[in-house]
Design a protein. Structure first.
Length: 43
């Protein structure tokens, strides 16, 4: 996407299946790779 603002880029990335940082952190916490405390601290 050329010329998009950050919201448009994030929306496009999500529509293409990319997780944002918070979603990724929560998935890792659910898989036991990190703690919820750490996920909340960073996102």
């Amino acid at each position: 996407m050329q010329g998009g603002n950050s919201i448009q880029i994030a929306d496009q990335a999500q529509s293409e299946g990319f997780d944002n940082l918070r979603q990724s952190a929560l998935l890792k916490a659910g898989a036991g790779l990190t703690s919820l405390k750490e996920a909340n601290r960073l996102t």
